[in-house]
Design a protein around this ligand. Sequence first.
Ligand code: MOS
Length: 713
Amino acid sequence: MPDGIGTDHQRIDGRAKVTGGARYASDVMLGNVAHAWLVTSAIARGHITGMDEAAARAVPGVLEVFSHRNMHGAVAETEFFAKGGYVGSTIRPLESDRIWHDGQIVAMVVADTLEAAREAAFRLQVEYREEQPAAGFDAAGVEVKAASEGGFEDPEVGDADRAYGNAEVKIEAEYSTPTQHHNPIELFTTTAHWVGGKLELHEGSQFVHGLKNGVAAQLGIDPADVHVVSPFVGGAFGSRGSLTQRTALVAEAARRLGRPVKLVPTRDQGFTIATYRAETRQKVKLAAGRDGKLQALVHEGWEVTSRPDPYKVGGTATTARIYACPNVRTKVNLVHADRNTPGFMRSPPELPYMFALESAMDELAVALNMDPVELRRVNDTQREPIKGLPYSSRNLVGCLDAGAKAFGWERRNPAPRSMRQGEWLVGWGMATSIYPTHIGAATARVTLLPSGHARVQTAAHDVGTGAYTAIGLAAAEGLGVSLDKVAVELGDSDLPPAPVAGGSNTTASVCNVVMKACDEIRARRAQGQQGAIEVYAENVPEGLPPEAIGKLYQGRNALGGGLEGGKQAMAAFGAIFVEVRVHERTREVRVPRAVGAFAAGRIVSPRQAHSQLTGGMIWGIGAALHETTEIDHRTARYMNDNLSEYLVPVNADIQQLDVIMLDERDSQANPLGIKGIGELGNVGTNAAVANAVFHATGTRPRHLPVRIEQLLG
Ligand code: MOS
């Protein structure tokens, strides 16, 4: 089989990654580089009243102590990412003496050596006037606002409250999900270097054109004078999609000192200088007839955000549209607290909100005395219920069938506490997975040489997902050459722009535009053109305006598709089946096996897709049982801001895990029929685990992560 979409390959950047040949942002070697060290706030709310710099400045090698005293006015205010701007937080750290959250940058010390910068940072004396902070839900002083005030549309249809009141079978429950931090292995480093009035930035990024234009706006310079280099990214998960405020500070320091400046923040600083997944509380009401058909769905959410920024998770946009239901009411509320601004984290809306919906569906199945798989089947639909848009393709039923079969679901005894093995209570649970299919405007340049070698250039991003390989396979197919003849260049703002590596859009957006360029090359060859052929292509997907290309060049996010807009709803689906064992005395929870079956359009790069879905399900198990950022509610500070106390699943936690990828041809979503899979795998798995824990124990876990103490009594 010739190389192309759907053929199995190792990732083409794999060798460079395992041999150290892949250079990450802070690996860049620059002459005369100065080193920066951050000083972060010890309080969460209040003001800086004094700063004694003498001891810090006395450390040999210290070049400058940057603080609000000398940085005020240096970084311009820019628009919030979710409002079409660049920054993930509008809090400008060195702008004034104001403290908005714990761990806010209050100073940046730059020195000849890393050691001197660090020592000076520890010697800097900062005095504060502290006010009582509000850490989140239930704290005095939070401000609760409807997300609709900021333009969020709460999906609604019919009269859910009346239908709920009249229904035969109903459940109502409250759920909560915790703060999570991305913790990519690569720290939030930035290296800035000015050459002849032009700024070169080395920083791991999910959006190099956004970074370029955003920093230019912050520093008041021409975007053409900014070059962002980010060929490899050591994990992102949403944390590098929008700009953090550190970048402009490092760039400004380098400009003033006339030297390159490198910042490598610590792991704990990463918890407060970047974004995180906001904690949520949710209330779900479901009502159905005896046949299991939903008659009412009410989903309300409350989400923590910072004082100034209306970041919304907004997962009701998905949960309102997944099942056939004539009466739906939803509402999202933002709870403004003294916290850093949260942001996108792998399946931002779906991971927390589908946990609540899919847990509630399990509760409804119990109330109906109906098999939970059957309940999903009964409520399957080829049209989303809010506007009645047809799904471009939807094979949830195929996922339910394939997953149930592989798992052996028919052997399940539905009664809770009915299955056991020795001292372990055995529980089997399941849930639906969904992720909206996004596609954005994209550009690419493809060159074919007479030797048969090809080059693909586009400023897309491989955040560890396998994008290099997927894009290479699309070009191999489009040009009829083998993958080893294709060189793929990504992650550089001098390349033609591609969308933010968010919303699982990269494969669909970029492969479609690369194929367009390849088609043009083939056409020119057929017309007799000789020699090297270079084609630049632009693609504006159906439903997006032609200006989308211009916005892309400005580094503004412009994704289309999904469930809400246009003439059709587009999403990938899955069904997750999980076995848990809960020790009858200690209540320790283990996950001996899990099966995920997914229908996600055309799979471009099967080996990497399999890895993405596997990793996603592992994340889902972590979301169910391990992950949470602990917050000291007296001080509004994070407590486990390190990798030893921030728990994630490790090898011993994951045993058997099977991923099934169904063949799905979608001729409507986009020309190549590609749906995203980067975020699909971790949706629903948390609910499947919790539902399995209920089946094992008879205790319904409604608050993540599920811990022993919830199951004790
Ligand atoms: Mo991803 S959380 O959509 O960057």
